[in-house]
Design a protein around this ligand. Structure first.
Ligand code: ADP
Ligand code: AMP
Length: 216
């Protein structure tokens, strides 16, 4: 199954993606994770992306479209994939449609996780991620078993530089301006399912599971 996770920053896309990937055996492809790895490794891509990410702006379309195009052609995507944080503009969505059509594929479902703005700010400013695997935690809503240490790989937990309140507010504006129009784009194509993200993690996942089972 080819799935897109749509929703504002902090909606819980990464949190749900871990569960979806494990349950359905599809690779979790997060453009944010790929870009953060490139920044940490100081590659050419990372050097180009870093300033945009630090301000909470989107990285130029041609850079991310290239990343995803290459990634979804790898063998592990033959039976499906889960895109998290891509597409984020109409231009990216059109490029994705075109690339999939060329490979005789299509998107099966776009899960639109809906959470109100005040809750998003609380989630993002309290988020901590594992410095090595990127797994998300929260100072109040999802604490690790040992303080400051990732449950998965014992990596150190840290705050993302773009999770400060000022940058978070800009990211939410960028989402409204550039990404929210994708909701209608996919609704018009009849593949969008709204998911109430303002519920406990396991309940959100159960609703996602029901939406996915209805599609197979
Ligand atoms: P996104 O990938 O959409 O930006 P994350 O999955 O990283 O969002 O979640 C943002 C923050 O909110 C994280 O700190 C995560 O632990 C927390 N979180 C995710 N889902 C929920 C939920 N249903 N209830 C409360 N907190 C949540
Ligand atoms: P995320 O981890 O999804 O919150 O993304 C973190 C940052 O990476 C964003 O604020 C953007 O700067 C950049 N980014 C991630 N995905 C994309 C995308 N599809 N298009 C443009 N920029 C992106």
């Amino acid at each position: 199954m080819n799935i897109v996770l749509l929703g504002p920053p902090g909606a819980g896309k990464g949190t749900q993606a871990e569960r979806i990937a494990k349950t359905y055996g599809v690779p979790h492809i997060s453009t944010g994770d790929i870009l953060r790895e490139a920044v940490a490794a100081k590659t050419e891509l990372g050097q180009k992306a870093q300033a945009y990410m630090g301000r909470g702006e989107l990285v130029p379309d041609e850079l991310v479209i290239g990343i995803v195009d290459e990634r979804i052609q790898r063998p592990d995507c033959a039976k499906g994939f889960l895109l998290d944080g891509f597409p984020r503009t109409i231009q990216q969505a059109e490029a994705l449609d075109e690339k999939l059509t060329r490979q005789d594929k299509r998107l099966d479902v776009v899960l639109n996780i809906v959470v109100d703005e005040e809750e998003l700010i609380k989630r993002l400013t309290g988020r901590r991620i594992c410095a090595t695997c990127g797994a998300p935690y929260h100072v109040l809503f999802k604490q690790p078993q040992a303080p400051g240490v990732c449950d998965v790989d014992a990596g150190e937990l840290c705050q993302r530089p773009d999770d400060t309140e000022e940058v978070v507010r800009n990211r939410l504006e960028v989402y409204k301006r550039q990404t929210a129009p994708l909701i209608e784009y996919y609704r018009d194509r009849d593949i969008l399912v709204d998911i109430d993200g303002d519920r406990p993690v396991e309940q959100v996942f159960e609703n996602i599971r029901s939406a996915l089972e209805a599609k197979v």
